[in-house]
Design a protein around this ligand. Structure first.
Ligand code: NAP
Ligand code: MG
Length: 489
């Protein structure tokens, strides 16, 4: 049951629980590897458990692919590419992608509930954000598949061949869609590996792909741990690696593929700045801060985890923010009232708790929302730190949890300098009434995505990706399509 107690001002935010039903979903007790449109037992004979982080229940057992299984999947993809997919007309490709999108929509409720169970994210988010956006990616790229010569005029081009795709646990289905849809539209075949804690929606997507009649081997979904990902990266018959995950693993991948001729796009970590000027609409900006860092428990690569607020409104903004934090509903992710769900894994919760201790020991001032934590599962209260030094670890390192570090600024130049003082450069938010100031900042902030008077808004037509240690290459839009094509001129 979702837990909430009255905020400090005595406002009672308690609602009756409204649990999403799980009666319409099927989770098998065991999942094999999806290769050549068949369910194949792993040659490793090993399986690992996937759990619900909100109550620690085991949901299913998942096959653990080893080097041999990866080779099988890559061979399936190569054969499908040579024999079928490279000979399939763009119009037919388009129809398959469209059909996958439609089937995903038909299974939207099932996909949302499974995502919530496996990843711990609130049903409100999986239902209203992750799943619709994932469907929209397939729809969007279905539209381009037979119009590549309009997307890139006067450029003879061809598909790359076989793409190896490795994704993280924070947006499991959405990341699979970001990777598979443009790859297919550009005419490639795919071997995809989801993260070990969140394989279930990718495996549901495999069922959908099979039902869509996509030719065998065009999409292969193999599950496992980091070693499975490494085997994909190191396989000699892969033409491109598309990776989303941590900067550390991104660096390992870059070293591993150096000199091999494999193409790569790396979408890595972030420590994004959300900047509030004194002429901003304060209440909307406070909502934007909450959305920027507490949305999806802060498990968002582009989370607005550093807040810069203009000094003369800092006291007001922080007061309003604390008040809003006290109204956030933390608890069972299946409850439709829940704002803050479970942290994805025990390890991630330990990392977040470690950083909270670091923040305290660095001398920053902590405030956590007043909600109670459920007795079971991995939960973390929304947390903010004020009095944070620019050099402190909590303002420099990615925490990947609902923890915000707050600093103040006086001038535009000062905030640009502070916001850019980060090894990362994924996203930023600017809140102000002045259009000219928005354009000034967007041209000077070193971040791949900059939102103005909003935060964490995604759209399949818009490219997404980072500067500096946040990686290179773009996903989404035409940029994301071009990343799966070889231009011959
Ligand atoms: P991670 O540990 O780097 O894992 C990402 C994926 O890589 C997982 O599937 C993982 O498998 C696999 N992997 C682990 N070691 C590998 C290796 N040596 N070679 C190849 N693959 C390997 O990242 P995470 O903890 O899952 O995700 C959080 C990170 O992703 C954060 O840093 C976040 O900022 C970043 N992220 C970035 C974006 C973006 O678009 N820029 C989007 C979302 C997330 P296992 O999980 O099975 O170990
Ligand atoms: Mg899980």
């Amino acid at each position: 049951m979702a837990k909430k107690k009255p905020g400090k001002e005595g406002v009672n935010w308690d609602y009756s629980p409204s649990l999403e039903s799980t009666s319409h979903i099927t989770i098998l007790p065991k999942y094999e590897l999806f290769i050549n449109n068949e369910w194949v037992k792993p040659s490793s004979k090993k399986y690992f458990k996937t759990t619900n982080p909100a109550n620690e229940d085991v949901l299913s057992e998942i096959a653990w692919a080893n080097d041999y299984d990866v080779d099988l999947a890559v061979k399936a993809a190569r054969n499908a590419y040579n024999d079928v997919w490279s000979k399939t007309t763009p119009k037919e490709r388009s129809k398959y992608i469209y059909r996958i999108a439609r089937l995903m929509q038909e299974h939207a409720r099932e996909l949302s509930v499974i995502e919530t169970l496996d990843a711990g994210k609130p049903i409100r988010e999986s239902r209203d954000i992750d799943v619709p956006l994932a469907c929209n990616h397939f729809f969007y790229y279905a539209g381009w598949a037979d119009k590549l010569e309009y997307a890139f005029p006067n450029q003879p081009m061809e598909a790359l061949g076989v793409a190896g795709q490795i994704i993280p646990w924070n947006f499991p289905l959405l990341m699979a869609a970001w990777k598979i849809a443009p790859a297919l539209a550009a005419g490639n075949c795919v071997v995809l590996k989801p993260a070990e804690t969140t394989s279930l929606t990718a495996l549901k997507l495999a069922e959908i792909i099979k039902a869509s009649g996509l030719p065998p081997g065009v999409v292969n979904i193999i599950t496992g741990h980091g070693d499975t990902g490494a085997a994909i990266v190191n396989h000699p018959d892969i033409n491109k690696i598309a990776f989303t995950g941590s900067t550390n693993v991104g660096k390992i991948i870059q070293r591993a593929i150096a000199g091999t001729g494999k193409k790569a796009t790396l979408e890595l970590g972030g420590k994004s700045a959300n900047i509030i000027f004194d002429d901003a609409p304060i209440d909307q900006a406070v909502e934007g801060i909450v959305n920027g860092i507490f949305f999806n428990q802060g498990h968002v690569c582009c989370a607005g985890s550093r807040l810069f607020v203009q000094e003369n409104i800092a006291e007001l903004v922080i007061r309003k923010l604390k008040h809003r934090m006290d109204s956030l509903y933390l608890g069972n992710p299946l409850d439709k009232n829940t704002d803050i769900g479970a942290i994805n894994s025990k390890e991630q919760l330990e990392t977040i708790e470690k950083y909270i201790k670091i923040g305290i020991s660095e001398g920053a001032e902590i405030y956590q929302s007043t909600c109670e934590l459920p007795g079971k599962g991995y939960f973390c209260r929304p947390t903010i730190f004020t009095n944070v030094a620019q050099s402190s670890r909590i303002s420099q390192e990615e925490i990947f949890g609902p923890v915000l570090s707050i600093q103040t600024f006086r001038t535009v130049d000062e905030v640009i300098q502070k916001a850019n003082n980060s090894p990362y450069g994924l996203a930023a938010g600017v809140w102000t009434d002045k259009g000219s100031r928005i354009f000034n900042l967007t041209s000077k902030l070193r971040a791949g995505v900059i939102w103005a008077n909003t935060y964490n808004k995604f759209d399949p037509t818009s490219p997404f990706g980072g500067y500096k240690e946040s990686g290179f290459g773009r996903e989404g839009g035409l940029h994301g399509l071009g990343a799966y094509l070889k231009m011959k001129l």
